[in-house]
Design a protein around this ligand. Sequence first.
Ligand code: ZN
Length: 137
Amino acid sequence: MSMSSLRELSLLTKDRNELIDITVRVQKIIEESGIKEGIAHVFVPHTTAAVTINENADPTVQTDIISYLEKLIPENANFRHTEGNSDAHIKSSIVGAHVTLFVADGHIVLGTWQGIYFCEFDGPRSRRVIIKILPDT
Ligand code: ZN
C-alpha cells in the first residue's frame, strides 16, 4: 500500500474465539510511518471479528472476556442467519470494529496495563487490520 496512507497487518487466527495482542505490531507500524504526534485509527474490516483495548498483564482477563461472551451469546441459539456464525456477528458489533489511539513522541499512549487486542469470533481465519495514522497539523 505504498501510495496510500493506510497501513495493514495480516493475522492468522488459530481458534474460533481468540484475543491476540497486536500492540507491538501496531507500534511498529507507527514507528515505520515516522509520525511522532497524532492519531492512529485501528480498524478491523470483518463482520465476525473486532478490536479492543484491555489488560495485557494477566492473561486470564482475555480468557474471561472470551468465556463470558460465549456464555452471553451461545453459538447455537436458534439464530436465523444460516451461516452458523450469528454469535460471531453479534460479538463483533458489541466489541466494535475500531479503536482510536493517541500517538505521542512516536509511541502509542496506553495505560500501564493496557494492550490492543484483535478479537477473533469465527476462526480460524486469515484476517486483516487496517491502520491510518494522522499527524498533528
Ligand atoms: Zn455470517
